[in-house]
Ligand binder design. Structure first.
Ligand code: GUN
Ligand code: ZN
Length: 437
């Protein structure tokens, strides 16, 4: 076992609302292997209470630092790492002019390998320990990302991007072959170490009926596997999806009609929804990957937090790199705060810092079905039994952070200062499975 003495942040399972944080100003975190050899939290609480009981365990003194759960990025695209900061009038021209040409390069395994290595390192540098990521439409891109993640013991869920139409040569795949490849990749990678597979139809407009039907059949046959896609991001995209699938009640309902909505299905954006869409999300157990930096950058719109909470649908935060502008969870949480104030059915909403942080940790874990329910692994928190992925934050990382955090009079004030002023300098260390990376 290994103990760490520091300020500690975690989330209570037994408090309402679920996103209430528990804070220990002088805490002790004990990490050790469980029966499967996975490093998990063995005990956590006030230092004064736990120290006598664990006096024999080596303890690292990190007073002055804050230990918090590793961040979970619910949606991003590793082949778009080099697309960040490409301006466009909106989603569809951005895809056509920047994204598809870059993704074409992922037919080359060497190109994939260097991009995957950089991407995983960048996640970890920013304190992200779990990621649900798109690969490209080439199997080499999937293998490369799984291999890079496995090497670093990051929890990584990805899948072959399914797109058999409405994209240029070189980024599309063949309908039949893409489904065979998906099944082979599930069998090779899903559940290996900390890796998981996600069936990945890019979005309804890029997939034929046959490809969506095949994806839905696989989702039914492999219920433990995740599903990821995009929905209701941009008005032009929605118009196009409605033209292509007029028989469905809405763009979102198209996915349900093909058997692609269930627990472990994560839909990026979910901006332009009505209450029937929200009820469909809730009823099927699907969750939204809210991607605020991307939505602001591409001018897509604003996720409606009040609407989501009114109906009770699940959501968590995502970078959506490279539509998103940053790998940094602090930047994403700040953008979510801005979005929470704008364009809402309930104007002037002020999302609480604990709620923002929860969306990027324990809330995202719940969206993935990785919050310890029904015997599955538990991540995104530091309660006993949770996988021991965490960040060590230095609230004095910059002169301004040091001044401002010294003035914080409450947990919310401290967290808000970190969210508003923080960047990768705040993350002194990222620890996955007891390895510092
Ligand atoms: N919709 C379909 N593909 C994409 C993508 O790569 N990024 C975003 N933001 N939206 C999409
Ligand atoms: Zn995306």
């Amino acid at each position: 076992m290994q103990a760490y003495r520091a300020a500690l942040l975690r989330f209570a399972a037994d408090r309402a609302p679920a996103h209430s944080a528990v804070y220990e100003e002088d805490g002790l975190l004990l990490v050790g292997p469980d029966a499967r050899g996975q490093q998990v939290v063995q005990a956590v609480g006030p230092y004064a209470q736990l120290a006598p009981q664990f006096a024999q365990v080596p303890c690292e003194d990190l007073r002055g630092r804050l230990i918090a759960p590793g961040f979970i990025d619910l949606h991003n695209h590793y082949p778009q790492t080099d697309v960040i900061a490409s301006p466009a009038e909106g989603l569809l021209p951005w895809l056509e002019n920047y994204t598809f040409p870059e993704e074409e390069r992922f037919s080359n395994p060497d190109y994939c390998a260097q991009a995957a290595t950089f991407f995983i390192a960048e996640l970890l540098r920013n304190g992200v320990t779990t990621s649900l990521s798109f690969a490209s439409a080439h199997t080499a891109s999937v293998h490369a990302l799984f291999e890079a993640a496995r090497q670093q013991q990051v929890r990584l869920i990805t899948g072959l991007c399914l797109m058999d139409r409405h994209a240029p040569d070189g980024v599309r795949n063949d309908t039949e072959q893409s489904l065979l490849d998906t099944e082979a990749l599930i069998q090779q990678w899903h559940g290996v170490d900390r890796l998981g597979y996600a069936i990945t139809p890019r979005f309804a407009p890029s997939c034929s009926h046959a490809q969506l039907r095949g994806a839905g059949e696989l989702a039914d046959r492999y219920p433990q596997v995740w599903i990821q896609s995009h929905v209701a991001e941009n008005k032009d995209e929605i118009r196009w999806a409605r033209e292509l699938f007029p028989q469905s009640r809405s763009y979102l309902a198209t996915y349900a009609d093909f058997g692609l909505m269930r627990e472990r299905a994560i839909y990026a954006h979910c901006i332009h929804f009505d209450d029937e869409d929200r009820a469909l999300m809730k009823g099927t157990g699907a969750a939204a990957a809210v991607s605020p930096t991307s939505n602001l950058f591409l001018g897509s719109g604003f996720f409606d937090y009040a609407g989501a909470d009114r109906v009770g649908m699940r959501y968590g935060l995502a970078s959506d790199v490279g539509g998103g502008t940053s790998f940094c969870p602090f930047h994403t949480m700040l953008a979510a705060y801005v979005v929470g104030r704008e364009g809402q059915t309930k104007p002037g909403l002020s999302l609480k810092p604990q709620h923002l942080w929860w969306q990027h940790t324990a809330g995202a874990a719940a969206a993935l079905g990785l919050d310890g329910r029904s015997g599955h692994a538990s991540i995104g928190n530091l309660q006993p039994g949770c996988e021991a992925d965490f960040v060590v934050l230095n609230p004095k990382a910059t002169p301004l952070l040091a001044r401002r955090t010294a003035r914080a009079n409450s947990l919310d004030e401290l967290l808000f200062a970190l969210i508003v002023l923080g960047d990768d300098r705040l993350v002194e260390r990222t620890v996955v499975s007891k390895r510092t990376v």
